[in-house]
Design a protein. Structure first.
Length: 333
């Protein structure tokens, strides 16, 4: 089984390369000339995209082919006071450069919209805000020229006092989405509300591929081991919307999220790095019937944690582990 490792948004190793520089609405409103204020927003966004391209180049130099974009590439992009602003025309060359680089180098890229994007909500205004946020993320991916294999990963959302009804409402509201939004979605189990079993059921009902978060499953489960769910999770990547999109010569492998607990007292928070053994145990269990898998590391130290994990894996090379390059390994059962 080929395993590719990736990281989230920021680099510890590349200096002064934040892709999430922002501007508050208060700062925007202090600029009396609205057009000048908008130009400043566009300059910040262009810098964020330039830094994203720098990070992709860093990734290529280190064999990292899995990466999650920052959702904050365009400051104030979804704020209601700026609904008359369309930043994409001014930023078209910048977005295209990022997308072209990702495609040319076979990179798997994605977004993870913020926690306020909830499709289980009973409130129409929150649902519309969530849909607007998914539209924004879709627009960024389209501006990059990326097909539907570039995904937006979400959670089911809140229980709102009745988890069963909320889960049913999520399925219904996903079903009502336009295809261009739905085909870009993946669904992840969370650490407090909808566990892996419940998320898997929602995936079966909606046709969405499931991203298994191993850490979340460890702190929120029904007594099952993560690899016991894997055959059914794997099947969500072989049908439904998962077959739609770009990179036909790079079939989309299933994806999992991996991180380690910060401490025994704070088991839900993420540690700086990733412990090798729990992750390796999971990978060994599924290696016999999974050809390829991508692992998004959600450690606090970002790419530094990835490099540290690879160092740990190199120390065990030969024990069913073959290091392929700077960010990929082959695992045999």
């Amino acid at each position: 089984m080929i395993v590719r490792f990736g990281y989230v948004a920021m680099s510890v190793n590349v200096q002064n390369a934040s892709p999430s520089k922002t501007m508050t609405l208060a700062s925007f409103n202090k600029i009396e000339d609205r057009e000048a204020a908008i130009r400043k927003l566009e300059r910040i966004a262009a810098e964020n995209l330039h830094n994203t391209l720098r990070l992709l180049r860093h990734n290529r130099a280190n064999d990292i082919e899995v990466y999650r974009f920052s959702s904050k590439l365009i400051p104030l992009a979804t704020h209601q006071d700026l609904r008359d602003w369309d930043p994409f025309q001014a930023l078209a060359p910048d977005f295209a450069e990022v997308g072209n680089y990702a495609k040319a180098n076979g990179m798997r890229v994605s977004f993870h919209p913020d926690h306020f994007t909830v499709l289980s909500t009973p409130r129409p205004e929150v649902l519309q805000s969530s849909i607007n946020d998914l539209q924004y993320h879709k627009a960024m991916l389209e501006a990059m020229g990326l097909g539907a294999n570039a995904k937006n990963n979400i959670h089911i959302g809140g229980a709102y006092g009745d988890k069963v009804t909320s889960g049913q409402r999520f399925v219904e509201q996903v079903g009502a989405l336009e295809v261009s939004l739905k085909e870009r979605l993946t669904l992840e189990n969370d650490d407090k509300t909808f566990n892996a079993v419940e998320t898997l059921e929602a995936c079966k009902l909606t046709g969405l591929p499931m991203v298994l978060d191993i850490h979340h499953q460890w702190v929120n489960n029904e007594g099952e081991k993560p690899w016991e769910l894997w055959p059914d999770i794997l099947s969500t990547w072989k049908g439904g919307w998962a077959q739609t999109g770009a990179f036909p010569d790079h079939p989309l492998p299933p994806k999992v999220h991996a991180s380690s607990p910060k401490s025994e007292k704070d088991p839900r928070s993420h540690a700086d790095g990733v412990e090798v053994e729990p992750l390796l145990t999971f990978l060994r269990h599924i290696a016999g019937y999974t050809d390829r898998i991508d692992v998004m590391l959600e450690a606090k130290r970002k790419d530094e944690a990835l490099f540290g994990l690879m160092d740990q894996l190199r120390l065990q090379e030969g024990d069913g582990i073959k290091v392929l390059n700077g960010a990929s390994v082959e695992i045999t059962p």
